[in-house]
Design a protein around this ligand. Structure first.
Ligand SMILES: Nc1ncnc2c1ncn2[C@@H]1O[C@H](COP(=O)(O)OP(=O)(O)OP(=O)(O)O)[C@@H](O)[C@H]1O
Length: 267
């Protein structure tokens, strides 16, 4: 499913959070949505998922507005991973992941074999199969985050919108989840991941969308993420390297050194 944001504006009260955003998400692509804190990434992701009503503009799904598609159809086709890792129910891991299948189930019907298979695939893919009988409330932050990712994967939607899917994960699981997102895209899904790690974003994503103060500064190949754009968006310099023939970018030092002392003399 192609998702197209056409001239999106989102306001909360007097504050304009997104202004005139145009963006197309295509099947088979892993898009890294990056930008500083408060840039509007979550708001944009939520607007793409029809969870925030834009004050101007429209989101089209395969060319149709959401009203023509219906909420239930959209829920089956689009999976959303929220930013937090809170699970407020004392539920078992496998039962939480099974919730991802709800859009596919008829009212009051139990899970089908197809649902159970999808849950199993998601538990395995997110590396939480060994936790299946644990109560979510007893998991670590990173484990809980992966369980919630498994819940989103279990939906097996054509589109996966993931808000900070690797936040709180250790390096091994960050790499595994980025590989998983990339292989999900290679399997034909459209995947958007909000990321703060520039190295993971430039290394794994097919396309980078850099959002700053509610506007898109870059929508292009990771190689187009220039030092000037990184400085403008984040106020930091960039370190560039190459490993196994793959270029990557990492943040290096703040451009404004006057604030270093208040952060403990960062060098
Ligand atoms: N419901 C709301 N009411 C008022 N302001 C809001 C609301 N939701 C978000 N904002 C504001 O909108 C701006 C963008 O928030 P958003 O969560 O989209 O940013 P973000 O880029 O995802 O940030 P972060 O990287 O910190 O998660 C922020 O200044 C935030 O305070």
């Amino acid at each position: 499913m192609e998702i197209r944001a056409e001239g999106l504006e989102v306001r909360f009260g007097d504050a304009r959070i997104l202004g005139d955003v145009w963006l197309t998400l295509r099947p088979g692509e892993l898009v890294g949505l990056i930008g500083p804190n408060g840039a509007g990434k979550t708001t944009l992701l939520r607007a793409l998922a029809d969870l925030v009503r834009p004050t101007r503009g429209v989101v089209r799904y395969d060319g149709k507005p959401r009203s023509a598609l219906g909420r239930a159809v959209l829920a089956r086709r689009l999976a959303f991973l929220a930013q937090g890792d809170e699970v407020n129910w004392a539920l078992r891991v496998d039962h939480v992941v099974e919730l991802g299948r709800l859009p596919h189930r008829r009212a009051f019907a139990g899970p089908s074999q197809k649902d159970r298979d999808a849950v199993e695939r998601a538990l395995q893919a997110a590396g939480v199969a060994h936790l299946r009988f644990r109560a979510c409330s007893t998991l670590s932050g990173g484990e809980r985050k992966r369980v919630l990712l498994a819940r989103a994967l279990a939906a097996e939607g054509e589109v996966l919108l993931a808000d900070e899917p690797v936040a709180a994960l250790d390096p091994l699981h960050q790499l595994r989840i980025m590989q998983l997102l990339r292989s999900t895209a290679r399997g034909g899904a459209g995947v958007v991941a909000v990321l703060h790690d520039l190295m993971l974003a430039t290394r794994f994503c097919d396309r980078i969308v850099l959002l700053c103060a509610g506007s898109i500064l870059l929508d292009g190949d990771p190689a187009e993420l220039s030092d000037a754009l990184i400085r403008k968006a984040y106020g930091v310099t960039a370190f560039r390297g190459e490993q196994d023939g793959q270029p990557f970018v990492a943040p290096w030092v703040p451009c404004d050194r006057s604030s270093d002392e208040s952060f403990g003399g960062l060098r």
